[in-house]
Design a protein around this ligand. Structure first.
Ligand code: CTP
Length: 405
């Protein structure tokens, strides 16, 4: 299912060069299942035409409070009444100032003021020059708008159309899409700190070779995203994978199991929930060479000896905070056979309250999966779905366990 299925979004454009990104955002919202009604200010129409936005949204654009298409001539009322959210992207400095003062001299500002404040949230994607963004007036307006209940989506940083570099760019359409999707997710982890390990580890044989596994990290990254969407502060300790960091998640990149352990243990001291999805290499070469191992022409092959890596989950699970359930630990089990029996045995061995079993070879690299939740009472199967859907399901399950305890 698309993440915005059934949602009706009013997309407001105020004047700014970032209007060109609003076209892409409109498309992206629709692709995720939303219906989009575009409302533009006069200034926005200097940057992009209503024709473009009408074609993309498949609906006539509104730009005047005197629009006679509405039988009661009250576009400012009618447009917001069936909206699930109003998203202003771009939101110019001037438009923010207008919102702040409750001014209502054009359709977009009038509609924002006339919206039912309890049921129609207002999301703002500011876009402006870095000096305008940093100006005390803008920052003051932002703080007050936020206090008045608007949801500020933040800004990007980098090269600006004016040629300067700094904060104030509008977020990219895909970032805004993720933020809008996240906005609608229930905040089951509000105030919680969640730590996730993800991906494979890489154990060096020499500076150019090593041992790793086929874990893609997708499940762990999806869990980090779902936890963040649910309102948690999330730290993701990631092995070598090339996945993008989910929005709002703090990422620590590591390579080996020992590096992962060193990054995880101090973070676990601060966390409320630890979810170990990483496919940590069980063994590492006993004597990694500092220099590349060369063929000597004799035809002899190098003899590799291995030693066992530390068990990160088991280490954290026996810490005092985990034992007292101040820290709730969740393990994963990638099995190739006998999932239920192996997962239950692993849960007991690792001493974690919840273990999530899956068939490893079938899921590595895939975008979907099926899970088996194993706790002291028994097992529950979660049918095949996308990894993000499963991650949200798991977040909901863990949150209800936290509430019960
Ligand atoms: N794990 C870990 N550190 C390790 C090995 C595993 O933190 N050195 C964690 C994994 O992140 C996962 C759980 O322990 O949450 C189980 O991992 P898995 O590889 O399935 O189990 P192993 O303990 O390695 O057992 P085996 O390979 O024998 O099945």
């Amino acid at each position: 299912m698309n993440d915005l299925e059934g949602k009706h979004i009013v997309l407001g454009l105020s004047g700014g060069i970032a209007c060109y990104k609003a076209a892409e955002l409109c498309r992206a919202l629709i692709k995720e299942g939303a219906t989009v009604q575009v409302v533009m200010t006069e200034a926005a129409q200097q940057f992009i035409t209503p024709v473009t936005m009408q074609a993309l949204s498949n609906r006539p654009v509104y730009d005047s409070q005197w629009d006679q298409r509405e039988p009661n001539n009250m576009a400012h009322i009618n447009l917001s009444r069936d909206a699930d959210a109003i998203v202003i992207a771009p939101c110019s400095a001037d438009f923010m100032a207008k919102l702040l003062h409750g001014r209502a001299d054009d359709l977009l500002s009038l509609m924002c003021l006339a919206r039912p404040i309890e049921t129609v949230p207002l999301l703002l994607a500011p876009a402006m020059n870095r000096e305008m963004w940093a100006h005390p007036a803008t920052q003051r307006n932002l703080a007050q708008l936020s206090a008045d209940g608007a949801h500020i989506l933040g800004v990007g940083s980098g090269y600006q159309a004016c040629g300067e570099t700094g904060d104030g760019r509008m977020l990219e359409p895909d970032e805004l899409l993720d933020d809008v999707i996240a906005f609608f997710q229930p905040k089951r982890f509000a105030g919680k700190r969640v730590l996730v390990t993800a991906g494979p580890t890489f154990e060096a044989i020499d500076p150019v070779r090593g041992i790793t596994n086929l874990s893609s990290g997708k499940m762990g990254f999806a869990i980090a995203r779902a936890a963040r969407e649910a309102g948690a502060q999330v730290t993701l300790v990631a092995g070598p994978v090339s996945l993008p960091t989910p929005r709002g998640v703090t990422r620590i990149d590591v390579r080996s199991a020992r590096e992962m352990l060193a990054a995880t243990v101090p973070q676990a001291e601060l966390a409320d929930v630890f979810i170990a999805t990483a496919a940590v290499a069980d063994w590492r070469p006993a004597n990694a060479s500092d220099q590349k191992i060369k063929k000597d022409g004799s035809g002899d092959t190098p003899q590799l000896a291995f030693i066992e890596n530390p068990d990160i989950l088991a280490t954290v699970a026996k810490s005092p905070r985990a034992l007292s359930r101040e820290l709730f630990c969740v393990g994963f089990a990638a099995e190739s056979h006998d999932l239920e029996a192996n997962a239950q045995a692993k849960r007991e061995r690792k001493r974690v309250p919840l273990l999530v079993g899956n068939i490893g070879p079938a899921t590595f690299g895939a975008d979907d999966n099926a899970l088996l939740l194993v706790d002291e009472k028994g097992t529950r199967a979660v049918p095949r779905a996308s990894k993000l859907e499963l991650a949200r399901h798991l977040v909901a399950d863990i949150a209800s366990r936290l509430n019960r305890s």
